[in-house]
Design a protein around this ligand. Structure first.
Ligand SMILES: Cc1ncc(COP(=O)(O)O)c(C=O)c1O
Length: 451
């Protein structure tokens, strides 16, 4: 196996940093101006987390490409970390948004699009009754409340190393078998050990132990971990999860926000999962804030029975702009005409092409790295074989290599998702886009370990 020469890596990193500064003067100038009125110099704190001395600033985006303020056009494999999985500005969605904006953006009254989108969500995911909101974080927060309300139980179970948005209960991790607050948890309301049990992914024994006391309202699970590399479930894992939830009267919530990459009905439809509730956000409205949570008829009956009708507006589930006319128009156009069943077939083919290309480079150089794919999403990780849980995946992170590959790609006009090495295919992505990544990735590796 090839080993990485760390001093060579540091040398290359210096060279790439210098190249980045030289080729992005306008972004550098805007980053300086932004210090005046933006906290951290960016509109949202995590936009600082790019390699290079400052973020690149965007001039415009279209399809699977965007152009920065220095006039460089990039292949975008990040796609707004799934927010733009439908591609940037698909024409049908833009037209529908423009048309709806002119007719009313938000009214606190339903529009007909809501019925179309509800029916489509039901068809896609097989879960019967739906509500709409603006972010996946909100969808998750609302279902946790509903699950606690209908079960009369307080605890929530999440996977170790999972991420479900900025939801208080989910900021928990395992340390020597104990539940502790995740490192970096900003201003926790309470110690997450009070609200949450944490189990390793793919560990049914640990899950049974967590559910045994009968005080768990719900499990909030991604079908595959996607925020610490991609960690796929063992073959019988989801059957076991479903059976244990049923046995202990715990509701099963599946978060499809990222795993929608597995197909039009997400991992749930593709692998016949049977969640009690399902959440999803990010991509539904082609980037217009849109999210949804659905539930089975059986759960809906319990929810309705426990509803405080008069206090519905202040009960902790909802939001003034949730379910607004604009986001429903965007969802209808996106689901109806952009992220279609046929589009997913093409996107998956590109995912396979991407994976094959990276795999070939890894094999040629005998690197102890691997790549995992889930539908149209793929991610490479710096360990020899697929991780079976979050701890193993975390051990496969390598911040130096990560930064080098991201910056090398960025300097050659390819954008990978920050924080990890994830690439996503949109309906607008082409084989040439994928091949561009493969050749630049090969170049980055050649330079590092010799061609
Ligand atoms: C699986 C999953 N669920 C929920 C969220 C939260 O999405 P948002 O930040 O759009 O609320 C994320 C964000 O990355 C996610 O990966």
């Amino acid at each position: 196996m090839t080993t990485i020469d760390r001093s060579r890596l540091a040398e290359l990193m210096d060279r790439e940093r210098e190249r980045f500064s030289r080729t992005h003067p306008r972004s550098a100038a805007l980053s300086k101006d932004a210090q005046r009125s933006l906290l951290y110099g960016v509109p949202m704190n995590w936009m600082t987390r790019w390699p290079g001395d400052h973020p690149i600033w965007v001039a415009e985006a279209s399809g699977a490409h965007f152009t920065d303020v220095d006039g460089i056009e990039y292949v975008d494999l990040c796609l707004g970390d799934t927010g733009a999985m439908a591609g940037h500005g698909p024409k049908v969605a833009v037209d529908a948004v423009a048309e709806q904006a002119a007719k009313g953006i938000t009214l606190m009254l339903p529009t007909e699009d809501a019925i179309w989108v509800g029916d489509e969500m039901r068809r896609r995911f097989g879960v019967e009754l739906w509500q709409f909101c603006l972010t996946a974080t909100d969808a998750n927060r609302f279902v946790l409340r509903l699950a606690r309300q209908v079960t009369g139980r307080s605890k929530v179970v999440v996977h170790d190393w999972s991420y479900h948005g900025s939801v208080d209960e989910t900021f928990a991790t395992l340390e020597d078998g104990r539940v502790v607050s995740k490192y970096g948890n900003v201003g926790p309301a309470v110690d997450p050990a009070l609200t949450t049990r944490v189990v390793p992914f793919n560990d049914l024994e640990a899950l049974e132990e967590a559910l045994f006391d009968g005080d768990v309202a719900c499990c909030l699970f991604e079908p595959a971990l996607t925020n610490i590399g991609i960690v796929l479930p063992d073959e019988d894992y989801h059957r076991g999860v479903r059976d244990l939830c049923t046995k202990y009267g715990t509701l099963l919530v599946i978060d499809e926000t990222h795993t929608i990459c597995a197909g039009p009905g997400g991992y749930t439809k593709r692998y016949a999962l049977e969640p009690d509730l399902l959440t999803i956000g990010k991509t539904l409205g082609a980037g217009v804030p849109s999210a949804a949570y659905g539930m089975t008829q059986a759960v809906a009956d319990r929810v309705v029975a426990g509803t405080f009708w008069h206090e519905a507006d202040i009960g902790g589930v909802g939001g003034t702009l949730a379910g607004n006319a604009l986001s429903l128009a965007a969802m209808r156009a996106t689901l109806g005409e952009v992220l279609t069943d046929e589009a997913f077939d093409r996107m998956e083919e590109l995912g396979i092409r991407f994976t094959d290309g990276v795999q070939e480079v890894i094999a040629r150089h005998e690197l102890s790295w691997h790549i995992v794919r889930l539908g149209c999403r793929a991610e490479y990780l710096f360990r020899p074989d697929p991780a079976k849980d979050g701890v193993e995946a975390a051990a496969g992170q390598d911040e130096e290599l990560d930064a080098y590959i991201h910056l090398f790609l960025l300097n050659r006009a390819v954008l990978l998702t920050p924080f990890h090495n994830m690439a996503l295919m949109s309906p607008a992505t082409t084989a040439e886009d994928v091949d561009r990544h493969t050749s630049v990735f090969a170049e980055a590796v050649d330079e590092l370990v010799g061609g």
